[in-house]
Design a binder for this molecule. Sequence first.
Ligand code: PXG
Ligand code: PLP
Length: 443
Amino acid sequence: MNDRVPLPASLEQSAFFMPFSMNRQFKKSPRLMARAEGIYYYTPEGRKLIDGTSGLWCVNAGHCRKRIVEAVQKQVAELDFAPAFQMGHPLAFEFADRLAALAPGDLKRIFFTNSGSESVDTALKLALAYHRARGEGHRMRLIGRERGYHGVNFGGTAVGGIVGNRKIFGALVAGVDHLRHTHDLAKNAFSRGQPKHGAELADDLERLCALHDPSTIAAVIVEPVACSGGVLVPPVGYLERLREICDRHGILLIFDEVITAWGRLGKPFGGQHFGVLPDLMTTAKGITNGTVPMGAVFMRERIYEAFMTGPEMAIEMPHGYTYSSHPLACAAGLATLQVYEEEGLLTRAAELWPYWEEQAHALKGLPHVIDIRNIGLIAAIELAPRAGAPGARGLDVHVKAFESGAYIRVAADTIALAPPLIIGKSEIDQLFDIVRATLRATA
Ligand code: PXG
Ligand code: PLP
């Protein structure tokens, strides 16, 4: 294949308002990708970049997988679009049933969306409507957590806890409160896997119950591992305790598994790794290996059943997207599941984990490194911020790594690594070699 794709002359006047980006900085010195294969991206000049963060945590089976590409090609020529409201197409039902078969516990009913953000807002609406259907419409409050990321729609922004993502968007949604985050460098720095200290932080939910009265709380939403907020691994016992408190007070527990699902923690879903079953689970990204946008909310049987009680001639859930269960997404998703299953990718992170952990923690002692965290096939390297310029050091690392042959995400001054689950040991070495050299070269 031709490695060379013509470069646009200049992007400085481009019409494209880039999402979550430093538009002016980027357009002056663009970092472009032109094609991808396996665990590598290629720049328009043909330079090879190892993909350290699976695109945006979504390309779990690696790029341009033949089976998935061909399934989408075939589908687009056969049924390009089918209305999902009061109509259907067979793949939607087949895909939902396949997902249900894979899901833990009785999380067996599936609502399709097109993204993680839509999955989150869908799950929050399902939680409110579920309580109302059972005569508990007074449960209206939604609880998120500091440093949480739940996408960018209004509900997700409101329950989210990353200040920079919230502060410029007004009052957001009424009736939302937040648990304390679990990050504690003083006690837990350089923990391997789950940190030992902090299970009691789950008791912060009791504080909110005491403040608002539990009868007003509909749901608590947390990421099993808070990835966008800097890879905050839950302390041992924390998620279990959150589950217990929710049960005690009739509050629904939502796990936002947009990143932690699809094998990232060595099990199909993140909650399975921790042995905790939520009431609702949001997913997206890896559901189609990032090939076609899609999301899915998994719910427990009793939640689905609560909606199936009125007259049959009524729409049970007045919610859904034009592109819910889009045929291309269903085709991509079915092919993705096949690849995951055939190659054992949903459990492969568990095999790579010890090696990955060793290589990550070997970066201890490099300049500015104040913490290293890991779980499954995720690692975070937290750097001390430059005085008066938080995020500047992180950006430097991102740009230098790109110049040295690696694509890696940084959240402020924390490097987040989560490569495709097909990565091998020598490629893990290659990724960490670039990170090591980059850290040595960063002031
Ligand atoms: N919930 C969680 C837990 C997420 O991680 C979303 C919801 C929103 O999904 P969509 O598909 O609407 O973007 C996410 C997305 C990063 C990064 O590098 C993380 C996300 C997206 C882009 C970048 O941390 N997470
Ligand atoms: N806005 C308008 C005017 C619409 O007609 C629709 C869908 O029909 C939407 C927004 C929602 O779009 P989507 O279903 O793609 O989320």
